[in-house]
Write a protein that binds this ligand. Structure first.
Ligand code: HEC
Length: 324
């Protein structure tokens, strides 16, 4: 580990959250992403809406495939590996919907809201001296037009910059080539002209779409005989399901959670079969079944939304007094 300090602190933040949960269940952060919310942030707003994704329609089938791979990987904490993954941190945690995140604050990574220390040591000879040098988290919209990436340590291609973020800063395993191509393609397609008018609400429909798109991209990766990318995308789908699951908290939503868990298990079974080299057609068929099952689950989840933590009124009492 090059930078144990930062990761020890991520752990510490997660442990503090867990301790707080044990101490007072009512005031425990109800959602994992609350762990990297600045204390002064309007938690209710930050957890119920998001700035909206500015994704330009990709041109051509190959680009469309790569953008979908990148979109799913961008939202998957497992891409980053290690403590960041365990804390649930993904590219999307800092670059919300590919944009900035003025409410981001994680002790040890941030000195002020909206800032994080992720590049101070990138490509640098001073990597191991523990320099604490947070920088503003930039929006990635329009980044594709730039020639140089990063302001601290620089790279002259999106792909090279992203590869160092994953493997050097977060110490994730080197991602499969198509995953890196995908992340670069995804970021390159974030375009100001494609931004929605205003913030969009967090909703299970949006989250289910993310699950479905990850599954579709996984099927496409399998069709291209790229098992490693397919596996990462299937795990992206599971992670996205987990984020829906957290929102369906409380005794009255046990059935919704059980159904989401069943879906996550189905996807786990697909991963196991794909990993074991089961016939590609059979695996693809199972992915289609998983997608159909989720489509069938959607109306049920929509009907329960008002009881879930997607609902601002249900979320508010779960936030500690200071955070309402
Ligand atoms: C902990 C917060 C955090 C996470 C997680 C994170 N980033 Fe960043 N990112 C930053 C910060 C801060 C910068 C600014 C660095 C600089 O100026 O040198 C940045 C810069 C970038 C840039 C350069 C933008 C530009 O205009 O030069 C790209 C591209 C990027 N990040 C992509 C990603 C991708 C892809 C991931 C996931 C693999 C990721 N980031 C994960 C905080 C984060």
């Amino acid at each position: 580990m090059r930078r144990p300090r930062v990761f020890a602190l991520i752990f510490a933040a997660a442990a503090t959250a867990t301790a707080a949960a044990a101490q007072n269940a009512r005031d425990a952060p109800p959602l994992r992403e609350a762990a990297w919310l600045a204390p002064e942030a309007n938690a209710r707003a930050a957890l119920t809406q998001t700035p909206g994704e500015c994704l330009r329609a990709p041109e051509g089938e190959e680009t469309r495939y790569l953008v979908e791979v990148g979109r799913a990987a961008f939202r998957n904490p497992l891409l980053l590996g290690g403590p960041a993954a365990r804390a649930g941190l993904s590219c999307d945690s800092c670059h919300r919907d590919g944009r900035d995140n003025p409410d981001f604050f994680l002790a040890g990574l941030s000195d002020a809201p909206g800032r994080a220390d992720v590049t101070s040591s990138l490509f640098s000879k001073v990597r191991e001296d523990g320099v604490f040098n947070p920088l503003p988290i930039p929006s990635l919209v329009g980044a594709g037009d730039k020639a140089v990436f990063g302001s601290g340590a620089r790279a002259n291609s999106l792909r090279a910059f992203i590869e160092s973020v994953v493997t050097e800063e977060f110490q994730g395993a080197p991602p499969p080539a198509a995953t890196l191509d995908g992340l670069a393609a995804y970021v390159a397609h974030l375009d100001e002209a494609a931004c929605p008018d205003g913030p969009v609400p967090h909703m299970e429909t949006r989250a289910l779409e993310t699950v479905d798109r990850a599954l579709a991209a996984a099927a496409a990766a399998l069709g291209r005989k790229d098992g490693a990318t397919a596996d990462l995308l299937l795990s992206s789908a599971q992670q996205a399901l987990g984020r829906i699951h957290e929102r369906y908290a409380g005794p009255s939503l046990a059935e919704a959670r059980a159904r989401l868990e069943a879906s996550a298990r189905d996807i786990g079974a697909v991963r196991a079969r794909a990993g074991a080299g089961e016939d590609a057609q059979a695996v693809l068929h199972r992915i289609e079944e998983a997608r159909a099952a989720l489509a069938a689950l959607a109306p049920y989840l929509a009907a329960q939304r008002g009881e879930s933590l997607y609902d601002s009124e249900k979320l508010a009492p779960k936030l500690s007094d200071a955070r309402r």
